[in-house]
Design a protein around this ligand. Structure first.
Ligand code: GUN
Ligand code: ZN
Length: 432
């Protein structure tokens, strides 16, 4: 025994930006994934990989599919219980649904229960890495990071910051926010697989002083991330313009406080100007595209083509609970559907959907050397997908005529029930 494990299944992964490289998709109908000490030693045709270590323990998953662990770049943990509150637009939904539920996170028992369910839901859907909005309360944010550490998922998160717009119970003075954020960074940043992200809720909820405080935190810790929202909804954008009369556009607010750049992920950007796209591209800021949420809250259709043409980095997020669930495969499908009906939409192929759900997210979080594909040398973060016998997906996969058909079917029909096992660094984090 070599101590290694060799997984035999159909493999799919993208090894490059599938919008730029025509052959970014790698597929192996009879594939092998060799894992030792939590790392991928080799991946490719089974017979070939077998020869790399004849003594490895065989895990026979023939009939199933292995994907890289999915990466959700925008999701709110305190909103787990309000998924599906349809029929409202962003600002009304925040007031009536999201913020009242977020206020309940002051109750640490409730927050801890939510956090445990949240990380379990991510894993159950095949998401191994996520950039997560924490809570407005330090203890509740710590509860999420503790729950993440207990499961082994890769979670990047931070205390949500607001000193205006939201109800008083969710507001914090910048000085207190600095103290609490610094303490959370000290406790959790780079503890195991955890990382910290400075998390101003959105421009509307933060004063100049709070944004300055965010800038200070980002400057004090050069490897933490920054996350927020941008250009999601017409009413929101109008209010941001009123709150920051000096700003030429929404992005200018974040630019002014040094909160854009290659370690920043901003959700939505549905209503982006050409000037904003140009500056996003130049700064290397990533947009977390959240098509399900944009449809559910009626924000609009993201101009993906303009993002790609401008050279803006784009990844994918579920935006639970504005979004409609934790499934990153479903989110990939939602991106496809929205672009399909958009004027000048991008016709997304399966390779691009997979890229958006995996490697693009890894790149957004600065983790592309570690995760995002099944290439040798990376951490063994992967998902074993096998639809239940008798399911429609099962029937479709048996009939599929090629790898791209299979992958498209997986995005169309693949839900929680098809995720059989999920591993992070070779260790099981979810089993059905
Ligand atoms: N903008 C500010 N807060 C939120 C939120 O919780 N969800 C969404 N979709 N947009 C926001
Ligand atoms: Zn959001």
């Amino acid at each position: 025994m070599s101590g290694a494990q060799l997984f035999r299944a159909t493999l799919f992964h993208t090894t490059a930006n599938a919008f730029r490289e025509r052959d970014a998709l790698r597929s192996e109908a009879d594939g092998g994934l060799l894992v030792r000490d939590g790392r991928i030693v080799a991946s490719g045709p089974f017979d070939h990989v077998r020869r790399a270590d004849a003594d490895a323990t065989l895990v026979d998953w023939r009939g199933g599919i292995i994907l890289p662990g999915l990466v959700d770049t925008h999701v709110h943990y305190p909103q787990l219980r309000i998924v599906g509150r349809l029929g409202r637009s962003l600002l009304d939904w925040l007031e009536q649904a999201a913020l009242p539920e977020e206020a309940r996170m002051a109750d640490i028992a409730y927050a801890t229960d939510t956090a445990v369910r949240f990380v379990a839901a991510l894993a159950a859907h095949g998401t191994t890495t996520a950039l997560v909005f924490g809570a407005h309360f330090a203890a509740a944010t710590a509860a999420l990071l503790d729950a993440a550490a207990a499961t082994g998922l890769r979670i990047v998160s931070g205390l949500v910051l607001a000193d205006r717009f939201v109800p008083a119970a969710l507001r914090q003075a910048p000085g207190d926010a600095y103290r609490d954020s610094s303490e959370l960074i000290r406790r959790f940043h780079r503890r195991g697989r955890l990382r910290y992200a400075v998390t101003p809720r959105f421009a509307l909820s933060t004063s100049d002083a709070m944004l300055e405080m965010c800038q200070t935190l980002a400057a004090e810790h050069d490897d933490i991330l920054v996350q927020s929202h941008i250009n999601e909804d017409a009413d929101e954008i109008r209010k941001v313009a009123e709150a920051f009369p000096w700003a030429s556009d929404y992005l200018a607010v974040y630019d002014r406080f040094g909160l854009t750049g290659s370690r920043t992920v901003l959700a939505h950007n549905v209503h982006a100007t050409a000037a904003e796209l140009e500056r996003l591209a130049a700064s290397g800021t990533t947009i977390a595209h959240c098509p399900g949420s944009n449809a559910a809250l009626g924000g609009g259709i993201c101009p993906l083509r303009r993002h790609l043409d401008a050279g803006v980095r784009v990844a994918l997020g579920t935006d639970v609970g504005g979004g409609t669930g934790f499934g990153m495969l479903k989110e990939g499908l939602q991106a496809y559907l929205m672009q399909r009906v958009a004027v000048d939409g991008v016709m997304l192929g399966p390779a691009q959907m997979l890229y958006l759900s995996t490697l693009a997210g890894a790149e957004a979080l600065g983790l592309a050397r570690e995760i995002g594909s099944l290439c040798a040398g990376k951490a063994a973060d992967f998902v074993y997908v096998k639809p239940p016998a008798g399911s429609v997906l099962d029937a479709v996969l048996q009939r599929a005529s090629g790898p791209e058909d299979m992958l498209a079917a997986l995005f169309t029909l693949g839900g929680e029930e098809s995720v059989q096992e999920v591993r992070v660094e070779g260790t099981v984090v979810h089993q059905r």
